[in-house]
Design a protein around this ligand. Structure first.
Ligand SMILES: [Zn+2]
Length: 323
């Protein structure tokens, strides 16, 4: 943890989020139970800054702030061509998973005048309690609140559910329905945008039914936390090693164990995220002869409404090469 630096105007809040993430790991919904030093100051700073900002909001229409890239892509589809509604992301589109990031003052200020904060939920936004305390008037939409099949082990839910197209559709529908309630003036437009987008997502599924058929029951080693939900969606049979998105973090022992298990089960396929390093995957592949597939998990990219459709299609194109 090295994010706390006054000179860089990094909030104590951000440091607290980083500490909490380091303690609990990405996607964990288990409470860390630790109250890092300095958070009181951060809350006070955030609360102080609020009144002036709220005034601006009233003048600039209905403002939606999303937590990170996949939520921003989702939101952009729902607000398309609606006058008076804006959607910005709290995070730059290239930061990767949100728990890895230390937020700057400028990032957090974006929430000050927001009417709504759209988050994935399921524990990915480890800092959100502090946001709720500092900005009690900002509504929070937890996109994944209707998802029931998030992968989990004994004590941890994996919140990276948007890589399941079915779960992503649930997220789109839930965010849309909440926006319709919170901003009734644009109810019909949100509903129409939801209809158009879910139709495209259903088409993405049907266009790739042949690849999905090939993937069903396929065994794979999964080395990135964004991909288990995709594998559940595709009906694959996987073994997963917790990486926190960093394959470098895997020990020689972890790798040896993966190699043994793959040999035992005859697994010839390794899935990693396109935006992660491939060091561990390459090591396992060298020992087992398995093939490494780099899958786009819509965690980083260009900020445009079609990014999820494009990235998922690229992933299907890569996976279509399997036997
Ligand atoms: Zn993550």
């Amino acid at each position: 943890m090295n994010g706390y630096n006054i000179k860089d105007r990094i909030f104590a809040l951000a440091a607290a989020a980083a500490v909490s993430a380091a303690l609990s790991g990405c996607g964990s919904v288990a409470a860390s139970g630790t109250e890092p030093a300095g958070t009181e100051l951060a809350d006070a700073q955030l609360a102080d800054a609020q009144p002036a900002a709220s005034q601006e909001a009233e003048e600039s229409g209905f403002r939606i702030v999303s937590s990170f890239y996949p939520m921003q892509v989702l939101t952009l589809n729902l607000v398309k061509d609606i006058d008076g509604v804006t959607a910005v992301s709290m995070s730059a589109p290239d930061i990767g998973c949100i728990h890895d990031h230390t937020f700057s003052t400028e990032d957090l200020r974006k929430i000050e005048d927001a009417d709504v904060f759209v988050e994935n939920g399921l524990g990915l936004e480890t800092f959100n309690d502090r946001i709720k305390t500092a900005y009690p008037d900002t509504a929070v939409i937890e996109a994944a609140s209707q998802v029931t099949d998030a992968p989990a082990d004994e004590d941890e839910v994996n919140g990276h559910v948007w890589t399941s197209i079915d779960d992503y559709i649930l997220e789109v529908k839930h965010v849309s329905s909440e926006l319709q309630t919170l901003d009734p003036a644009h109810r019909d437009s949100y509903a129409e945008n939801e209809r158009i987008y879910t139709e495209k997502l259903e088409k993405l599924k049907s266009d790739n039914s042949a690849v999905l058929e090939k993937l069903r029951g396929k065994k794979a080693l999964v080395l990135d936390e964004t991909l288990p939900s995709f594998c559940v969606f595709a009906g694959m049979d996987t073994i997963t090693i917790e990486t926190d998105h960093e394959q470098e973090a895997l020990s020689a022992g972890d790798i040896a164990k993966a190699v043994d298990e793959m040999k035992e089960q005859g697994i010839g396929m390794i899935l990693i995220s396109a935006d992660s390093d491939s060091s561990a995957a390459d090591a396992v592949a060298a020992e087992t002869g398995a093939k490494v597939y780099r899958i786009n998990s819509c965690m980083t990219g260009e900020e445009n409404a079609d990014a999820y459709l494009t990235q998922m299609q690229e992933s299907f194109d890569i996976l279509s090469e399997i036997e």
